[in-house]
Ligand binder design. Structure first.
Ligand SMILES: Nc1ncnc2c1ncn2[C@@H]1O[C@H](COP(=O)(O)OP(=O)(O)OP(=O)(O)O)[C@@H](O)[C@H]1O
Length: 483
């Protein structure tokens, strides 16, 4: 198998890899590094934890060493924490170059960032919103001459989720040169391939892992069917078991909203589990501090929204628990990919209620793999049920007293103002949309009821009892990155 040197990398970079413990290139690195060194655009789609970051960092550093100037490369990524992680890889691998990097993310001082940008760093790593703000408001720097544009988690940057990057991306793409190399990476590129191909037009090289299953083999994936009302007791029971059975343990729990994340964090702490939360309602400094405490194993449990579902590389994580079943298969793939990284073993357990079974089927279909059942002695769970419910209620009351919802509303309004939108108009638009949705839902329910009645009376006429009807309940809407 070819080593890093055979891929065309210089000896100083090969030495940096060796020092970091990267002995052999991973398949995505084997595929993409030579193509990038040749000057081609690149779309790299490989499983979580397979080394995609080094697949673009290494060839960029090589090209930078041949023709160093600032700003040479711009990396865009959807979350702030990920921007810091990518910057660290550039810094460590690029140390012999005296690499100057600059991180431009929201929640940090804008003036200090503007100053840093004006000093022409070699590499800028940014979240789209904040970089676009700088481009709109300042003329002290330019990205007109960049050689490389990287979109990490490219599909997330292009999709219109809860955080929509498209307007900011337009601003950024208008400011970068047409003659550049564009590198796009993710574990789930395929459903946005057409948009991505529009961005990478310079002899694009497409690399995709040849594998039937879309998650790594070392990942043991389970589901646990739980009644909605007992979910939290199951969670406490699962954690207690891990704590009892493992000396060295580390768990990430994913929740669907910031509020649930905060309540569960408070609740787990009441049970003396060393837990920290990470969600977008927290101040940026608190977010970094929480992550640092979890990374250094001071806290064993990180409870997070999907703000932590992509890209985070924390090798010690052995278990991922999905407190809610993700509404989209690709969110599931990224979440469970926080464990079993770089060849390590890991386990993922998804709590599934009676209303989420169709979501599990969708996940299995996309992954091309069946989840196995995780068995738990329900009697043990029922023993702690009352206690868990009481503690949760206490936490809910405490959070309500701290005006969590009000703060969330204020934050939302601030965000809309920053985006140049009128919060009142937006609220009106949303209310109208909700009304239309509700009307549609009622209409659908009426049609379903009428169909069921028709079926029942037909069966009655034919003299045999009607077949078992599916429960007339509309499925919960898929959750889109709520963070
Ligand atoms: N050639 C290699 N040999 C051994 N370990 C490697 C190699 N390349 C990267 N790694 C390590 O593998 C881990 C995962 O890498 P990385 O974070 O780049 O994964 P990724 O493919 O970007 O995952 P995700 O899709 O979750 O973002 C990191 O800890 C990294 O240091």
């Amino acid at each position: 198998m070819a080593g890093f040197a055979e891929l065309g990398l210089s000896s100083w970079l090969v030495e940096q890899c060796r020092q970091l413990g990267l002995k052999q290139p991973t398949p995505v690195q084997l595929g993409c590094i030579p193509a990038i060194l040749e000057g081609r655009d690149c779309l790299g789609c490989a499983k979580t934890g397979s080394g995609k970051t080094a697949a673009f960092v290494l060839p960029i550093l090589q090209k930078l060493s041949e023709d160093p100037y600032g700003i040479f490369c711009l990396v865009l990524t959807p979350t702030r924490e990920l921007a810091y992680q990518i910057a660290e890889q550039f810094r460590v691998l690029g140390k012999p170059l005296g690499l100057k990097d600059c991180i431009i993310v929201g929640g940090m001082d804008m003036v200090a960032q503007a100053l840093e940008l004006s000093r022409k760093p070699h590499v800028v790593i940014a979240t789209p919103g904040r970089l676009a703000d700088h481009l709109r408001s300042s003329s002290t720097f330019s990205i007109k001459k960049i050689r490389f544009l990287v979109l990490d988690e490219a599909d997330r940057l292009l999709e219109q989720g809860c955080t929509d990057f498209t307007v900011d991306l337009e601003t950024i793409l208008a400011a970068v040169p047409a003659r550049r190399q564009t590198l796009l990476f993710s574990a789930t590129l395929t459903d946005t391939l057409r948009e991505l191909q529009g961005l990478a037009t310079n002899q694009p090289f497409f690399w995709e892992a040849q594998a039937l299953v879309r998650t790594v083999e070392q990942l043991d994936q389970r589901y646990l069917l739980v009644p909605e009302k007992i979910k939290d007791a199951y969670l406490v029971h699962l954690i207690q078991n891990f704590q009892d059975e493992h000396e060295d343990w580390s768990i990430i729990i994913f929740t669907n909203t910031c509020k649930t994340c905060q309540i569960l964090c408070m609740m787990l702490r009441k049970f003396n589990f060393p837990t920290v939360a990470l969600h977008s309602m927290m101040k940026q400094k608190e977010r970094f501090a929480a992550l640092a405490k979890f990374k250094s194993s001071i806290y064993r449990i990180l409870i997070a929204t999907d703000v932590a579902s992509r890209g985070l590389d924390i090798p010690t994580v052995q278990v991922v628990i999905n407190h809610n079943t993700p509404g989209l298969p690709k969110i599931y793939i990224h979440r469970v990919g926080r464990t079993a990284r770089a060849g390590r073993q890991g386990q993922a357990i998804t709590l599934v209620t009676q209303y989420d079974i169709h979501l599990v089927h969708a996940i299995e279909e996309q992954m091309k793999k069946k989840l196995e059942e995780f068995s738990v002695e329900e009697a043990n769970v029922l023993q702690i049920l009352t206690q868990v419910n009481v503690v949760r209620r206490e936490c809910e009351i405490k959070l309500e007293a701290a005006n969590f919802d009000e703060k969330k509303e204020i934050n939302k309004r601030k965000q809309l103002i920053l985006e140049g939108k009128d919060p009142d108009l937006e609220a009106k638009r949303k209310a109208e949309l909700a009304k239309i949705k509700q009307k549609n839902r009622r209409f659908k329910e009426k049609v379903e009821q009428a169909l069921q009645q028709q079926e029942a009376s037909r069966a009655g006429r034919q003299g045999h009892p009607p077949g078992v009807q599916p429960e007339a309940r509309s499925a919960p809407a898929p959750t889109q990155d709520p963070a």
